[in-house]
Ligand binder design. Structure first.
Ligand code: FPP
Length: 240
């Protein structure tokens, strides 16, 4: 049991009731279902993303308290630009808010924030917030959140292949996730059972977990029950 490294041992207590829970080091999440959550409440889709961003905050702090090393979330994909422009700007606005908050709060509370994806097409304001957040985060060791923004697995592989050809470095060292271990567990709320161009290289041996819960309704308690299920999985990495 890894509870000895937990920042908040109470956070792992209920997980470990049966004893011997093995925690993943790295959890990845596709935060899906925000739009349907909003529609069911006659709200605009942007409100679903706002609620989803709150869930992200709750789960990020929970992962830190459990003593996980990495949380990687899919916030905005290379395909999401196709959405209505109000929805795109709502998601990017939430990103700005979170980066501002990260600069002021998350970083001071021991959460190291990193951005994965092609940040080039983002606004100058977001790019400078990203640089500032990464600069402040660089002094923090411990729990790291990777926010995937303008991220697509195929786009990442294409960019990495170009870098690898130029530098002669192995492909894995040219990915946005170079130096980050692959996720142990992928959680996709929202009922769909697909990867949607997320971490295509890194998920090769990751344990997958799908739940019908819409992301804004997802709780720390459900997260813990998924960790308990993960703990029972037999990971073989292609071996016997
Ligand atoms: C998928 O739900 C969700 C997204 C495309 C965006 C996720 C963004 C957030 C949670 C907010 C931004 C978060 C941060 C941390 C900046 P969907 O819209 O496809 O939902 P649906 O399948 O119900 O339509």
């Amino acid at each position: 049991m890894k509870s000895s490294s937990a920042r908040n041992p109470a956070a792992t207590a209920s997980l470990n009731e049966g004893g011997g829970v093995v925690l993943p080091k790295h959890v990845a999440i596709i935060m899906d279902g925000n739009g349907r959550w909003a529609k069911a409440r006659n709200m605009v889709r942007a409100m679903g993303h706002k609620a989803g961003a709150e869930t992200f905050r709750t789960i990020a702090y929970h992962c830190r308290d459990l003593g996980l090393d990495y949380l990687t979330v899919y916030a905005f994909s290379t395909e999401n630009w196709k959405r209505d422009k109000f929805e795109v700007s709502a998601i990017l606005r939430l990103l700005e808010d979170y980066l501002l908050e990260a600069i002021e709060k998350m970083v001071s509370e021991g959460i190291r924030l990193n951005i994965l994806g092609d940040t080039e097409p983002l606004s100058e304001r977001i790019k400078s917030l990203i640089s500032r957040t990464i600069e402040l985060s660089s002094v923090i060791s411990g729990f790291q959140v990777n926010l995937c923004v303008n991220y697509g697995g195929r786009d990442e592989l294409t960019r990495a292949a170009a870098k690898s050809n130029l530098s002669g470095k192995p492909l894995g060292d040219c990915l946005d996730t170079a130096n980050i271990p692959d996720p142990d567990l992928l959680i996709r709320p929202g009922g769909e059972k697909r990867l949607s161009n997320f971490l295509l290289w890194q998920l090769a041996y990751t344990e997958l977990y799908f739940t019908d819960t819409l992301w804004p309704d997802f709780t720390s308690a459900e997260f813990d029950s998924i960790l308990a299920e993960y703990s029972k999985r037999n990971r073989r990495y292609g071996g016997a």
